[in-house]
Design a protein around this ligand. Structure first.
Ligand code: NAD
Length: 289
């Protein structure tokens, strides 16, 4: 297949490289020259504009920072420029309303489109181990699955248009709350004279177990290896978690869902960001308690 790939940043760079490895012809575009140079090294053909990259494409993947950029790229340079009938896959994390609007616009213009946000960070993007949560029609999902497979550990259909983004924001709101809870429990154990490693051994085999505790322990040199062991460098940045939490809070307000823990977690990550920790892994909350 000829696949156009727009947005070759931390995530998109490795994803595009995995499509090349799977034997696809990847036509890549990014605003950053550095990203373009890396894509070229990884075997993509590179272009000076989105419109050139999508020419003759069977599928167009976007992996961009936010909803406004996705809307601008799709409406200005993809829809009406990629061949009619091409499959559009937006893998960015954006708000549900924007992706639903985009899928409606794309469908009206003769394209099938899915939202396919991912779980997993840069390492999973590089190694082809992302989990894709896909929203869209049955037929769009059937076409999307083989495109996503070379980049994936799992490709799961969440439901109709926008359902992938709903799954993503709910998952990350849950993760944010788990992580804050894990950090608090670890700190409380430590302050009350319990060795954090001992607490990890007990709670990871008790009802407190969760991914943040068992697989990503946010305390330096305790439990599972994580960015905490490297001064909270690498991993999933506080600023990115905050972005996802804000999407969840906006959706909660719009839908009337009550999310008091989600709100509290948002406040905690906002404070960490304001304290200059935006670039650190999200387990850094442990150090703020
Ligand atoms: P990034 O900032 O590293 O990459 C975004 C890329 O988009 C950049 O290279 C930028 O130059 C490019 N770009 C911006 N505007 C553009 C335009 N108009 N045309 C073409 N290219 C443009 O971000 P990232 O970490 O790769 O994240 C991408 C998406 O994936 C985001 O929506 C993010 O929320 C989501 N996500 C990130 C992670 C993570 O761990 N980094 C995990 C899951 C999901």
């Amino acid at each position: 297949m000829k696949i156009a790939f727009i947005g070759l940043g931390n995530m998109g760079g490795g994803m595009a490289a995995n499509l090349v490895k799977a034997g696809h012809e990847v036509a890549a575009f990014d605003l950053s020259e550095e990203a373009i140079a890396r894509a070229k090294e990884n075997g993509c053909s590179t272009f000076g504009t989105v419109r050139e990259a999508v020419e003759g494409a069977d599928a167009v993947v976007t992996m961009l920072p936010n909803g406004n950029i996705v809307r601008a790229v799709l409406t200005n340079d993809v829809i009406g420029h990629a061949p009619k009938g091409a499959l559009l896959l937006d893998c960015s994390t954006i708000d549900v309303a924007t992706v639903r609007e985009m899928i409606e616009t794309a469908t009206a213009a003769g394209y099938e489109m899915v939202d396919a946000p991912v779980s997993g960070g840069i390492a999973a993007a590089n190694s082809g181990n992302l989990t894709f949560m896909v929203g869209g029609s049955d037929s769009a999902f059937t076409r999307a699955e083989p495109v996503l497979q070379p980049m994936a550990k799992a490709v799961i259909r969440a439901g109709e248009a926008g359902a992938g983004q709903v799954a993503k924001m709910c998952n990350n709101m849950l993760l944010a709350a788990h992580m804050v809870g894990t950090c608090e429990a670890m700190k409380l154990a430590e302050r009350n004279g319990l060795d954090p490693q001992k607490f990890y051994e007990i709670s990871s085999k008790s009802t407190g177990y969760c991914w943040s505790l068992n697989d990503y322990t946010p305390v330096p040199n305790v439990g599972a290896a994580s960015p905490a062991d490297n001064d909270y460098n690498g991993g999933f940045a506080v600023a990115l978690m905050l972005k996802d939490l804000r999407l969840a809070m906006a959706a909660a307000e719009a839908s009337g869902a009550k999310v008091p823990l989600g709100q509290k977690a948002t406040e905690i990550y906002e404070n960490a960001d304001k304290a200059g920790l935006g670039g650190k892994d999200f387990g850094v909350i442990f150090t703020t308690l």
